[in-house]
Design a protein around this ligand. Structure first.
Ligand code: HAM
Length: 433
């Protein structure tokens, strides 16, 4: 993030940052790639509000998740409603799907989105309180494992198209309503023997939601997790088949993956396939990095949890700030903003008025023109034209303004020619060819 001046009276809110003009090229490129990739894979755009009823997230993400317990920006509206700034996009999309009966748009319905999310986390590199996600969701049409792949593919290709290297997809399954209870029991048994070494949160959660213990970031808990039982041995037949086909598709496509038998993800709405995509490497400055760029999975029970009909679904989201961070670490740039080719110089009040109208003509004709209309001195304007590296300067002095003409100056050769203002755009276009 750009450095801030400590003595300015107002600072942006902790963990929330401005995206300054110098950073916008990254964002423009990512948004462009997102749109192109989503359209190539036949996803339709959806935008949901940033604010939703708090209950929506409590029910979807789970009462005993970090997000719901500690990270939601919740407030009361003037009307007394309890509202929350969305910490993620999936719950709002499923709410919208049920509210508008969107199943009629396609079975399955493929949706994509991007926008700001809010989590009250401890800010650190790559972790913010306001951050952006770009996500893909496939809702309805059955629970075929191929849909899990159809979510991973656009995410993976998007990252590849942005030239991010060393991508690896961590995958796991967390079973279904039928097989999870047995695994849950095993986990509780295992963790009972380690209770005294678990962090406070895990101690509180281990009977209600033992799966959460597997994604605790506390170092002691991470150590205990290493020996925890894996769900793969407890999968029911259907989940086993589902995961096997999923892995076969991954193989078929040659997607780089790694089985991570303790990957459970930090949200409760998941079942069966879960995944996270990482990039790692060493930056040009010799700094090693390992970034979690994206995550997702199947959430076949969410529609029902929100009062809708049973609807299979799967999806994933990318952290956009993390992509920007990876691009910076890898020194990947996307060129410079296109430069103006023409610079308008004016001297005197009448010339300034006419320059403004002439600038409009250039904008309408699609020729990028620059100016410093607020400046009076010819030298200052010539310096500005030089700095911008334009090919042509157009000079409107008092004499030219009275005769409705303008001087066209070739900046390289210094050759000048006077033409009528109404012919200026056509004459400039001829010279730019
Ligand atoms: P998530 O793993 O919580 O999943 O977030 C997805 C991505 O958002 C992460 O991999 C990370 O890159 C980024 N991210 C998360 N928290 C932060 C933060 N505080 N600061 C910066 N970046 C962050 C979800 O949110 C699910 N809704 C994904 C999904 C879609 N599952 C199914 N459909």
């Amino acid at each position: 993030m750009p450095k801030t001046k400590k003595n300015s009276s107002f600072q942006s809110i902790k963990g929330m940052h401005d995206i300054l003009p110098s950073e916008q090229l990254y964002w423009e490129k990512i948004r462009k790639e997102l749109k192109e990739t989503a359209e190539a894979y036949n996803f339709l755009r959806i935008d949901t509000p940033i604010v939703e009823n708090s209950d929506l997230f409590q029910r979807s993400l789970g009462e005993t998740t970090d997000i719901v317990e500690k990270q939601m920006f919740t407030f009361q509206s003037r009307g007394g409603d309890k509202l929350t700034l969305r910490p993620e996009g999936t719950a709002g999309i499923m709410r919208s799907y049920i509210q508008y009966g969107l199943s009629h748009l396609g079975q399955p319905l493929k949706l994509y989105y991007d926008g700001p999310m809010f989590r009250y986390e401890q800010p650190q590199a790559g972790r913010y309180r306001q951050f952006n996600q770009a996500g893909f969701e496939i809702i309805g049409g059955g629970d075929e494992p191929i849909y899990d792949i159809q979510v991973i593919l656009p995410i993976f290709r998007l990252l590849e198209n942005l030239k991010i290297k060393n991508l690896i997809i961590h995958v796991n399954t967390i079973g279904c309503k039928n097989c999870r209870p047995a695994y849950r029991k095993k986990l509780i048994e295992y963790y009972k023997n380690h209770q005294k070494d678990l962090c406070k949160d895990c101690n509180r959660r281990f009977e209600d939601n033992p799966l959460r213990l597997l994604d605790c970031s506390n170092s002691d808990c991470a150590e205990i997790r290493k020996e925890a039982p894996a769900i793969l041995d407890d999968l029911c037949n259907n989940c086993h088949k589902h995961f096997k086909s999923f892995l076969e598709y991954m193989e078929e496509l040659g997607l780089p993956y790694e089985l991570d038998s303790h990957l459970v993800r930090g949200l409760d709405y998941y079942n069966r396939t879960v995944f996270e995509i990482f990039t790692s490497g060493v930056s040009e400055e010799g700094k090693s990095f390992d970034l979690a760029l994206a995550g997702g999975g199947r959430y076949d029970y969410l529609a029902e949890m929100l009062g809708g009909r049973s609807t299979s679904a799967t999806g994933g989201a990318i952290g956009v700030e993390r992509i920007v961070e990876a691009l910076k670490l890898l020194k990947i740039n996307f060129g410079a903003r296109p430069k103006a080719k023409v610079f308008l110089i004016n001297i005197g009040d009448l010339a300034r008025k006419k320059s403004l109208a002439l600038l409009e003509d250039f904008i309408r004709a699609g020729v990028r023109a620059s100016e410093s209309l607020g400046k009076d001195s010819l030298n200052a304007q010539l310096r500005a034209a030089d700095k911008e590296g334009v090919e042509i300067a157009l000079i409107l002095g008092q004499k030219e303004a009275f005769s409705d003409s303008v001087i066209i100056r070739d900046m390289k050769s210094g050759v000048q020619e006077t033409v009528l203002i109404k012919k200026a755009v056509a004459e400039v276009k001829k010279r730019l060819k």
